[in-house]
Design a protein around this ligand. Sequence first.
Ligand code: ZN
Length: 62
Amino acid sequence: MVPLPKRKVSKARRNNRRAHHALPPIHLVECPHCHQKRRPHTVCPHCGYYKDEQVIEVEPEE
Ligand SMILES: [Zn+2]
């Protein structure tokens, strides 16, 4: 026996399977220092602060 599918998967069955493939929206919280949106538990990419302390230098964007 050759390990191949017996039948072509129909468009409906294929699309139904892929209906679960969408990625969830990423969660964003407001930075308490600069009040811009950032991901939780991360150093703020806008001001470089984490827990009331500057931990990285951030180049000011023009
Ligand atoms: Zn910030």
